[in-house]
Design a protein. Structure first.
Length: 180
């Protein structure tokens, strides 16, 4: 006996189907794929909108108005004094620093969210480091660390990569580091 899909599961599935395509998806098509009527899909879309999802109805179906972002993992190396310059370089070119991560030989992978999107975030982060009793995570691996960086396009990530390379902050990924 097959378990019936709950409304919550169905709405997650609808959201996923709308996000996975760049073209509008009709309510009829969504209904067929989830095993409900088009009217139930309309009601589910209304509920998703009340939860804050920016779903738009068009003559051809539903689309979601969310910015598409791409991410890339960068391995970098620099000193504590260069943290602000590194982060400012990234945000000035349109990138967001999602996290910082190190691969420690004893402790393994250590990861901390940063979510630095602009110069104000950079200044706050640097101030927190200067006024706290802690040092940047890069110190546990002699300056080597990783950042997951997001941006609107691959071209922006390419520009960030070039700028980090020109400042000698980019470090070479080793073969065992190629996976995120």
């Amino acid at each position: 006996m097959e378990k019936e899909m709950t409304g919550i599961d169905r709405r997650k599935m609808l959201l996923s189907m709308i996000r996975e395509t760049d073209v509008p998806v009709s309510g009829t098509s969504l209904g067929k794929k989830t095993g409900v009527s088009r009217q139930v899909v309309v009601q589910d879309i209304a509920l998703l909108r009340t939860e804050g999802y920016p779903i738009i109805s068009t003559a051809r179906g539903y689309i979601i108005d969310e910015p598409k972002e791409v991410c890339r993992l960068f391995k970098v190396y620099h000193t504590n004094e260069q943290v602000e310059d590194e982060l400012t370089t990234i945000v000035d070119l349109g990138g967001s620093v999602v996290n910082v991560m190190v691969n420690h030989r004893v402790y393994g992978k250590l990861d901390a969210p940063l979510n630095i999107k602009n110069r104000r975030d950079v200044a706050k982060f640097v101030n927190d480091l200067e006024t706290g009793k802690s040092t940047p995570l890069l110190n546990v691996t002699s300056g080597y660390h990783f950042h997951k960086i997001s941006a609107e396009t691959e071209e922006i990530l390419d520009e960030i990569e070039v700028a980090l390379r020109e400042k000698n902050y980019l470090a070479e990924l080793l073969p065992y580091e190629m996976t995120e």
